[in-house]
Design a protein around this ligand. Structure first.
Ligand SMILES: Nc1ncnc2c1ncn2[C@@H]1O[C@H](COP(=O)(O)OP(=O)(O)OP(=O)(O)O)[C@@H](O)[C@H]1O
Ligand SMILES: [Mg+2]
Length: 343
């Protein structure tokens, strides 16, 4: 792989495939991850995130396609790849019965550090990760957030060139998530490239410069977070009406004003509209305000109103809907895996 213009690529895959039985867990994934950045891979349960990461980390052999990490083939040059990557995820490297310090020192020794160097590095990381007070406690007595942090600490004992973080904050409370986010930022500031998988749009938003959205083993959208957001809509407007009989009118008004699809929620007085940022230069809040005043002017009573970030569900609805609509023109059966997000 040579002659790429632009930045060095930490990861480059072409048509990457992994099949389990008749399940195409990863189904033709093309990724280009620039070095020195956080790249987000966003997808729901079972999308194929962990499977893709395991192939890139040389823990699983691809069934098709190619993957290179810093230009090295993950199959033919697996050792060279292993020398540059580290992985934190559902596979914990730490020992439950050892303390935080014992774990990090042991791993440091395994990595070839002297005892003194391993102790210094361990203390440094425990301090940096807010675990100094828990340093002499057994891991099994750590909270979920502390556990996640020690996992990451263990994976960066030797500063890797590429760190895979597989859903590092799933199940953490907001405070612990923020701590992990700070750690990720610090790791990247030291020059490490991070591939982060997550189910949370806001996490990808906080950390990643580029994001690939995957579903059913395929990349359904890819771009900077700005591009993705613009393509999906900048917010979701949730409305509850006083009178369910007014819902068809409300739907018509919202479609007219916002020029977007409106979803009718199961609750007969509720509906949701995506605020898309396409109506002139108005921001999401202004658009929502205009929609509300049009509803009032049409005699529709709104009891309750909320404007929020699109949920992951809404992102997926918007993206898969577009994917389905663009597929017939695609003319490339069996290879319609990627819908690029227009810049
Ligand atoms: N070792 C395996 N054997 C058989 N099927 C597998 C195996 N590993 C994963 N799968 C299947 O492959 C698909 C993708 O799984 P994967 O773990 O990659 O998803 P994921 O995106 O990481 O999901 P989650 O968010 O739940 O971690 C799923 O349908 C899963 O059941
Ligand atoms: Mg997973």
């Amino acid at each position: 792989m040579s002659g790429h213009p632009g930045p060095e690529l930490a990861i480059e895959t072409a048509g990457l495939v992994k099949v389990f039985g008749d399940n195409r867990a990863v189904d033709g994934v093309d990724l280009s991850v620039p070095a020195g950045t956080v790249y987000g891979v966003l997808g729901p349960n079972g999308a194929g995130k962990t499977t893709a990461v395991k192939m890139l980390a040389t823990l699983l052999r691809p069934d098709g396609g190619e993957a290179h990490v810093f230009g090295k083939d993950v199959v033919r040059e697996a050792d060279a790849v292993r020398g540059r990557v580290s992985l934190t995820g559902q596979y914990a490297s730490v020992d439950e019965d050892l303390t935080g310090t014992e774990n990090l020192v042991l791993l440091g020794r395994l990595l070839g550090h002297s005892r003194a160097a391993a102790r210094t590095r361990s203390a440094q990381l425990l301090e940096a990760f807010g675990l100094a007070e828990a340093a002499e406690r057994q891991i099994k007595n750590y909270s979920g957030g502390m556990r996640r942090r020690i996992d990451i600490a263990a994976s960066i004992l030797n500063t890797p060139d590429l760190l895979f973080l597989d859903e590092p904050t799933t199940g953490l409370d907001p405070r612990s998530r923020n701590q992990v986010w700070d750690i990720v930022r610090a790791v990247v500031a030291q020059g490490t490239t991070v591939l982060l998988t997550t189910q949370y749009l806001d996490e990808a938003d906080q950390l990643a410069s580029r994001i690939a959205v995957i579903d059913h083993g395929k990349v359904i959208a890819e771009g900077t977070k700005g591009e993705l957001k613009a393509s999906v809509g900048s917010g979701s407007m949730h409305l509850r009406l006083r009178d369910p009989a007014q819902r068809p009118d409300a739907e018509r008004v919202l479609r007219g004003v916002l020029d977007v699809a409106v979803q009718l929620d199961p609750d007969p007085v509720a509906l949701t509209a995506t605020v898309n940022g396409r109506a002139g230069d108005l921001g999401a809040a202004e658009q929502a305000a205009r929609a509300l005043s049009e509803l009032t002017a049409s005699g529709i009573t709104v009891d309750n109103f909320a404007l929020g970030q699109p949920s992951l569900d809404e992102v997926f609805l918007a993206l898969t809907d577009r994917n389905a609509r663009s597929a017939p023109d695609d003319g490339a059966p069996g290879n319609a895996s990627t819908t690029g997000v227009p810049a």
